[in-house]
Design a protein around this ligand. Sequence first.
Ligand SMILES: Cc1ncc(C[n+]2csc(CCOP(=O)(O)OP(=O)(O)O)c2C)c(N)n1
Length: 213
Amino acid sequence: VKQVVLSETLRVEDEGHVFLAIRDRLPPDTGLFVGNSMAIRDCETYFVSPSAQDVAIYCNRGANGIDGVISSALGTSLAHQHNVLILGDLSALHDMNALLLARTYQLSMVIIIVNNDGGGIFSFLPQAQHPKHYESLFGTPHGLQFNAMAAMYGAVYQQIPSIALLQEAVTQGLNHGGVHLLELTTQREPNVWSRRALTQRAHQAISNNVSEG
Ligand SMILES: Cc1ncc(C[n+]2csc(CCOP(=O)(O)OP(=O)(O)O)c2C)c(N)n1
């Protein structure tokens, strides 16, 4: 599975690829905080690297799941020289005002928001087969972008259109300090297809290996 993941061609549209893109870019003593719901699953699948050993990975279940992610991440930022947070748009909106903490206490963090305009996890679940009420009950699109949020709290903002720019922006953000908000725009449904295609390639590789062995 690891071999299949590492042979992927990096695409900014594939949400999990953010972990592949940054895995070798994190300096020693980095705290990597990972949000719910797809982010932590993508981290488990894609954050494979022997060179990522000096990275402490954090996650927080919150009281209900997606709450308090930015607040918790800012708390852990006190324990590390460098800090990165990767989370979904709904989680980011839910705990947006945590950025006031960062501003008040001059905390540093590169925040990568994977904006698929709603809850991406639900597209993987059976309710996605019921289009009539799906978007209003589960997808919950909001149509918001995060530049205004960054401006409100005095964070540096960048829309990220490519993997190369993501890698550059992460390195720059970590070097400069302060809060850097990087927004990646993705789409929920194509992301499900490409993740399922990855699973198929992994199954294929395993069965090839088994029949060769
Ligand atoms: C406080 C709270 N409200 C609602 C939920 C239900 N819930 C679980 S996952 C999810 C969607 C999360 O969306 P996002 O943060 O954008 O991440 P993605 O699923 O796209 O990775 C929601 C609303 C929850 N777990 N916790």
